[in-house]
Design a binder for this molecule. Structure first.
Ligand code: GDD
Length: 274
């Protein structure tokens, strides 16, 4: 970990947050904490609201009282747009979240903006579209695909059951998006930004590339299963990141195919080294 030290905390407890800031006096705070599955948030509404919503209020309060000069980044999400009223989505697109995850994130988003206005702290939100990497958890579709494809290649599994293969997302590489978070915090004055690639792909296209990387045809292994379908799929979630490009000089560097290949290659290696 080098110079890094890990201190455990809980967004449900103000005392711990206050003590942590008092002891460490951070210059920059990135709040990426909280449950991250929009689909699963229906099963744990109060917990999601408490951490992803109210928890951000506790943290902002601690920041303004203990480290008012610190810069604060809030992880907002394209889920704020829900079923979007315009395509592509930018900073001014109206929010209408469709699940408890998005609703909680919306509370945190507005609180961040209002703390900036009311208390003059350097707080901002990054409205990030889906960002993936080999570290992604396999409850999310990209890693579910790449891990299972690698297992199939090695004879460890026979099929991959997925939900809607025609669902589309604006998928980027997480490393590019972490750079965007950092660039946002360096910029004066504090402001909010939409971050994404501006291009969508279907789950089917992701499968096609992932299996092809392993010299397999996804049609031989992928089964569409109603159990994984979502009741409401957003029509067209796709980012307009032109403000980030103009103001921060940011744009996504890793292409869709490169992202898929990186994830597949790591999963294959991980399984071969077991
Ligand atoms: N998880 C999953 N499993 N999704 C599937 C499956 C499946 O078997 N089959 C199809 N999908 C489709 C979903 O219906 C959805 O349209 C798409 O794949 C992406 O789903 P997820 O990977 O679960 O991600 P998400 O878009 O719901 O949420 C992620 O992105 C948000 C926006 O950046 C998470 O990272 C959130 O935390 C984040 O806010």
């Amino acid at each position: 970990l080098g110079d890094m030290s890990i201190i455990k905390g809980d967004l449900r407890e103000s005392e711990g947050l206050l003590a942590c800031l008092e002891e460490h006096q951070p210059d920059e705070i990135y709040n990426l904490a909280g449950p991250s599955s929009p689909a699963a948030s229906w099963d744990e509404v109060a917990m999601v609201g408490d951490i992803a919503g109210l928890g951000v209020g506790r943290l902002l309060d601690a920041v303004r009282n203990v480290t008012p000069k610190a810069r604060f980044y809030q992880a907002s999400s394209s889920e704020l747009f829900g079923n979007p009223v315009e395509v592509p989505q930018r900073e001014t697109t109206p929010f209408q979240p469709r699940n408890p995850y998005g609703i909680s994130k919306l509370y945190a988003h507005w609180l961040t903006v209002r703390y900036r206005e009311r208390y003059g702290i350097h707080a901002l939100s990054g409205i990030l579209f889906n960002h993936e990497s080999p570290r992604r958890g396999d409850i999310f579709v990209t890693r579910k695909i790449t891990r299972r494809a690698a297992e199939i290649k090695l004879g460890l599994a026979a099929e991959l059951r997925l939900g809607n293969l025609d669902a589309r997302r604006d998928w980027g590489y997480a490393g590019d998006y972490v750079l965007a978070m950092w660039l946002m915090l360096q910029h004066q004055p504090a402001d909010d930004f939409v971050i994404g690639t501006g291009v969508t792909h279907s789950v089917r296209e992701f499968c096609e590339l992932a299996f092809a990387r392993l010299d397999l045809d996804y049609r031989d292994y992928v089964v569409q299963d109603e159990a994984y379908f979502r009741p409401v799929e957003p029509a067209q979630l796709v980012a307009d990141s032109s403000k980030a490009q103009r103001v921060l000089g940011w744009q996504a560097e890793v292409s869709f195919s490169e992202l898929v290949y990186r994830m597949v290659d790591v999963d294959l290696k991980l399984l071969q080294n077991v």
